[in-house]
Design a protein around this ligand. Structure first.
Ligand code: AMP
Length: 408
């Protein structure tokens, strides 16, 4: 399939051609025609699959069909969970809008509100926003959403995880009922299904990757290693694999600081990346990482959302995340848009239960390996980590039955 067979506006086609996109990714090939045909869409797609273009290109196509106005009112609203994702999505959309009259704005918290107010007051067609700051602007009557025809939830699962339900409800009250709604999520759970029932009107269900499974082109390695040897193993992997650049995940900010410090001591150019840093510092860290000046960025889950680095071949999980779905998000940082990626997860005795839950979620056994020279001290692995193998199998079977009944 080619982009031109999707009958998109010529300027959009020229712009994506300029960006080097040769053909639509699977999610784009499936969603773009449905959105162009004005259907609501519920799509299961991980970051890195090309989902931003999947929802934004057809919306931009529709916007371009309408007569441009000097002071447009927002017609498209894209809700995202974090400022990093807002920046990422907005940057992508801005690159698709080159040489078109479409005006866009970005709205998120943690930065001065006045520049956003100035931009919004000039009139914009499309807004990429995090829910909290958008509500601030609505309460101050800087904008209204009466003309919104297209509403997108990007990374909806993450938005709910972050507790944005109340903000979402408040925003929905201010939107016209007659609109097209698109919901994109890497994972689906009961809360999200319930929300989707209220939000979407006879949606087309599109799934490129099987729900709750990790992208197929990501190699997943699990190394059993004692906690006190984890940083040394990461340093060893970076030097000997060798890993040119990697994103390392830590459950906590303190952990991220500590890991970065230990890697620095091993002469690796590592930096921590989390919400204690100001927006400006985070932006400049990301820039340095993108330019290859930082070799290892050690991030917390929340901070890492929206990081989009094309050439990232490795992610490392210092430990398993507490929320299993975060594992899928974490490893989705690599293997993007068809590139090969490797996700390395370090696993210690404390993580046994989490590994079991992850196996249930992915419906897959996750074999562990020992890395030569970093073998775990077996006296610490007192109980066999997956002592509950039978229990986990039963739980997996139950999960499968539940998913199957939901699809019916
Ligand atoms: P996303 O899943 O939206 O975060 O996109 C991941 C990356 O894939 C972004 O850097 C996009 O610029 C890139 N991308 C999106 N669509 C295509 C395509 N059809 N061909 C090549 N790269 C793409």
């Amino acid at each position: 399939m080619t982009f031109s067979s999707l009958m998109l506006n010529q300027q959009l086609l020229d712009n994506i051609n300029q960006l080097g996109y040769q053909s639509p990714t699977p999610i784009q090939a499936q969603t773009i025609p449905e959105i162009l045909a004005h259907h609501d869409v519920m799509a299961g797609a991980q970051t890195g699959t090309g989902k931003t273009a999947a929802f934004s290109l057809p919306i931009l196509h529709h916007l371009l069909e309408q007569a441009p106005q000097d002071k447009p009112q927002p017609q498209a609203l894209i809700l995202v969970p974090t400022r990093e994702l807002a920046e990422q999505v907005h940057a992508n959309i801005a690159s698709y809008c080159v040489n078109t009259p479409i005006k866009t704005a970005m709205v998120y918290g943690g930065v001065s509100i006045s520049a956003q107010v100035t931009r919004l007051k000039t009139g914009v067609d499309l807004i990429v926003a995090t829910p909290g700051r958008l509500l601030d602007h609505l309460r101050h009557r800087v904008i209204n959403l009466k003309h919104v025809q297209y509403l997108v939830f990007d990374e909806a699962d993450r938005m709910l995880d972050m507790g944005f339900m109340d903000e979402i409800k408040a925003i929905l009250k201010l939107l016209p009922k007659a609109r097209q709604t698109l919901l994109f999520s890497a994972t689906f759970n009961d809360t999200l299904f319930n929300l989707s029932k209220r939000l979407l009107n006879q949606p087309k269900l599109i799934e490129v990757d099987q729900r709750n499974t990790a992208a197929a082109d990501i190699e997943q390695l699990f190394y059993a290693v004692d906690t006190n040897k984890k940083s040394a193993l990461i340093a060893h992997l970076i030097k000997h694999k060798p890993i040119e650049q990697t994103l390392i995940f830590s459950r906590t900010k303190q952990g991220a600081d500590e890991i970065a410090k230990q890697l620095q001591q091993a002469q690796i150019n590592a930096k921590a990346f989390h919400s204690d840093y100001s927006q400006a510092v985070r932006a400049s860290l990301l820039d340095e990482f993108k330019q290859g000046k930082i070799q290892a960025l050690v991030a917390t889950d929340v901070a890492a959302r929206g990081i989009d680095i094309k050439a990232l071949n490795y992610v490392i999980n210092y430990e398993l995340p507490f929320v299993c779905e975060d594992y899928i998000h974490r490893i989705g940082r690599t293997g993007r848009a068809g590139n090969k990626g490797t996700a390395i997860t370090l696993f210690s005795n404390d993580d046994a239960r989490l590994l079991e839950s992850l196996e249930v979620l992915l419906d897959k056994r996750l074999p562990q390996q020992w890395y030569p020279g970093f073998e775990p001290d077996l006296s610490l692995f007192e109980e066999t980590p997956r002592r509950n193998k039978k229990g986990a199998q039963k739980q997996r079977a139950r999960q499968r039955a539940l998913q199957a009944s939901k699809r019916k």
